[in-house]
Design a binder for this molecule. Structure first.
Ligand code: GLN
Length: 194
């Protein structure tokens, strides 16, 4: 089984662990660079990107994740995880001075869909899935622009990309771990195993 970590500094960790286990992965929490060494994939969960970037800083976990990504580890960034994986954040004031992962050729806006009160659900047509995927958006980042021709848009909502793939990076602006439909986790587990 592929070994997949879940970045466990803050956010929706347990829900991702459950979704990955039910997709056939061997799962572990990651809090330190050494815990990335033998992983095939890493989920960077939703939560608060600024909190995760701050908690990662003392052990330089974000640059360590980037190094492992460049060596071939797969990364699945959801919501705050998408913000951390994006090459560019257009409202990055609260992230200035903190490393992120980067590598995904998109521009995201952190709080574009507004506050917690502006959370919503949608059923998405996703490339590679044969029926709509229920998706929960919570203070979701918006993908404002795609800057790399290697980025494949897998799903859109309201005319904007909400799920993308670039090589071994998968990212979604919603929370796939909060619905009982784990097909994106299954897709990521397969991607990690390749
Ligand atoms: N807007 C949040 C952030 O900046 C992300 C929200 C979420 O992950 N549910 O991290």
């Amino acid at each position: 089984a592929p070994k997949i970590g879940v970045l466990a500094l803050q956010g929706a960790v347990a829900e991702h662990e459950r979704a990955l286990r039910s997709s056939g992965a061997e799962v572990r929490k990651v809090r330190r660079p050494a815990e990335l060494d033998d992983l095939d994939g890493l989920v960077v969960p939703g939560g608060e990107s600024t909190a995760m970037a701050r908690l990662a800083a003392p052990v330089q976990l974000m640059p360590a994740i980037r190094r492992r990504l460049d060596e071939g580890m797969a990364v699945f960034g959801t919501c705050a995880g998408l913000i951390l994986a994006a090459d560019t954040v257009s409202d990055a004031e609260a992230l200035v001075g903190f490393d992120r992962i980067g590598g995904l050729g998109v521009v995201v806006r952190r709080n574009a869909y507004g506050s917690q009160l502006h959370s919503f659900e949608d059923d998405l047509e996703v490339t590679g899935l044969d029926s709509p995927l229920p998706a929960v958006f919570i203070r979701a980042p918006v993908i404002e622009d795609v800057t790399s021709p290697r980025v494949e848009v897998l799903a859109e909502a309201g005319g904007r990309p909400v799920a993308v793939r670039q090589g071994r990076i998968l990212a979604a602006s919603f929370h796939p771990e909060l619905t009982p439909d784990f097909r994106l986790h299954k897709l990521f587990t397969e991607l990690s195993a390749q």
